[in-house]
Design a protein around this ligand. Structure first.
Ligand code: ATP
Ligand code: F6P
Length: 468
């Protein structure tokens, strides 16, 4: 992969059928010029080391960047022949167990190789313990013979308390233990880990021909070896930024602005009187939700977000990358004016809102790309409150919730609402808190007439369904 700062022309997104593998990858807009490369990310590590969690996050991150990725979880293949094994199934002296486990791995690898035949499919994650050198060599050989690169990612952690917490958090509710007593399940899972420990071989000096990333003690130490290209290094960089400390992210749009009132888009307007009221109420709304946690507040460089954040008693940072989607020649117009002056553009945006780029401005796809450093920094950080704009908020929200591109630009994100996102082991929890200050709804439904809806009293549903 070679970095390419020039974005592919927008038209490429409209004709997927005409794409070759290489051209479709070049056109994915993530700023990479790609050759015909496919990567199998091979997870390595004892059970309950966060492999599945890491795999699922990588898939979501890449998907958000329009890089098609898929996780092949060997455990779910194994469940088709052995749904609820006890620890002895994983004993390496159990020949039948060995046979069935190898069969599950074979089936997953075969499906993965089939999946790679489709031109858009770029990165597969093979999620299993892959805990022996011979298993890793077998995967590498299979991939080599198909021209698929391998990137081994090992999670190594010997903190007993953390492992026990992981078992309690996720393993006792796993389908492997459905309907069983959680105490018994935890005990059996601990025993399962012991079975693996007897044969486990960490990525070693005699495997230095492999491309790998070894994450030790949840990232407190990372060893990387033979990272070959741009996309591999991007995945590794992402992995290096992950942590598992409990935290939340709060996001809010700025308070209602004068432009929101007049129905104009873009610009750098001040808050309306009601927007100012929201700014005054925000500290209380936040402290109700965050308690005495110390937050850092991120705003855009536009006045309306700084004005919204002005009473918050926390450290503040303003980011250009959080500025609203640039609407180019349409900046300052109302949707009705755009529909009148640029009817074709108005229709084109409705037809494919994610990819539509305003003349002289941006698309949602462009916004996602400029938000990548924000996401990376968010992954590194703990409790953050982001005060930003409708389109930007939708993109950030889509990252955490895994929202599809066709849907994300159409999501309703009402004004005067604080959203709390809490990453959990397998997904993100969401809570919405509405301030009791009315505001216009700036949400426009696909194909609908181009007006910002009338003011609605707080507590009753508005035209755009603004009250949750
Ligand atoms: P298995 O081999 O049984 O599938 P696994 O390694 O895939 O296990 P997960 O199901 O992903 O384990 O475990 C999730 C738990 O691991 C979560 O509680 C999460 O907080 C924790 N976790 C995430 N990353 C790490 C890490 N790098 N080291 C240790 N624990 C982690
Ligand atoms: O109307 C408020 C606003 O933030 C505009 O400045 C911006 O152009 C618009 O929302 C983005 O939303 P959509 O993509 O739905 O037009």
């Amino acid at each position: 992969y070679r970095p390419n700062l020039n974005q592919a022309p927008q038209g490429d997104f409209m004709r997927p059928a005409a794409r070759t593998r290489a051209s479709s990858r070049a056109a994915n807009g993530v700023g990479v010029q790609v050759e015909d490369t496919r990567i199998c990310v091979v997870m390595v590590g004892l059970p309950a080391r966060g492999k599945s969690l890491i795999a699922q996050k990588v898939v979501r991150y890449l998907g958000w960047l329009s890089i098609t990725a898929k996780c092949f979880n060997v455990g779910s293949y194994r469940r088709t022949n052995t749904p609820q094994p006890s620890a002895s199934f994983f004993d390496f002296t159990n020949k039948e167990g060995e046979r069935l486990r190898k069969a599950a791995a074979e089936a997953a690898v075969t499906d993965m190789i089939k999946w790679f035949k489709s031109p858009n499919n770029l990165i597969a994650i093979l999620d299993a313990t892959n805990s022996t050198k011979s298993r890793r060599r077998w995967i590498k050989d299979r991939c080599d013979s198909e021209g698929i690169e391998t990137l081994f990612v090992e999670s190594k952690c010997d903190d007993e308390d953390l492992i026990m917490a992981n078992i309690k958090e996720v393993k006792t509710t796993s389908p492997d233990y459905q309907g069983q007593d959680p105490e018994e399940a935890a005990k059996d899972f601990r025993e399962r880990i012991r079975m693996y420990e007897r044969v486990y071989e960490t990525l070693d000096e005699d495997e230095t021909d492999l491309t790998y990333c070894k994450i030790i003690d949840v990232g407190s130490k990372v060893i990387i070896n033979r990272i070959q290209d741009y996309l591999q290094s991007r995945v590794v960089y992402y992995l290096m930024n992950l942590h598992i400390k409990p935290r939340s992210i709060w996001i809010s749009r700025h308070g209602e602005s004068m432009y929101n009132l007049s129905g104009q888009i873009g610009g750098d307007a001040d808050l309306s009187p009601r927007g100012q009221q929201y700014a005054k109420m925000l500290p209380e709304l936040v402290s109700k939700s965050a308690g005495d946690r110390t937050l850092t507040v991120w705003t855009s460089t536009l006045k309306r977000t700084a004005q919204t954040a002005r009473y918050l008693p926390y450290e503040k940072l303003s980011w250009k990358a959080l500025d609203e989607l640039d609407s180019g020649v349409c900046d300052g117009l109302t949707y009705a004016e755009i529909e009148k002056q640029y009817p074709q553009d108005f229709a084109a945006r409705d037809a494919d809102k994610y990819n539509y780029r305003y003349l002289g401005g941006e698309s949602y796809r462009d916004v996602v790309i400029r938000l990548e450093p924000i996401i990376m920094e968010l992954e590194r950080s703990e409790n953050i409150l982001i005060v930003t704009h409708q389109a930007v908020l939708r993109c950030i929200y889509a990252y955490f919730m895994g929202t599809q591109q066709e849907q994300s630009p159409w999501m309703e994100v009402p004004l005067h609402t604080l959203i709390k996102l809490t990453p959990r082991a397998y997904g993100t929890e969401e809570e919405r808190m509405r301030a009791d200050v009315p505001a216009v709804s700036t949400w426009r439904e696909k194909g609908s007439k181009a007006v910002h809806s009338e003011v609605t009293p707080a507590g009753s549903p508005g035209l755009g369904g603004m009250v949750k």
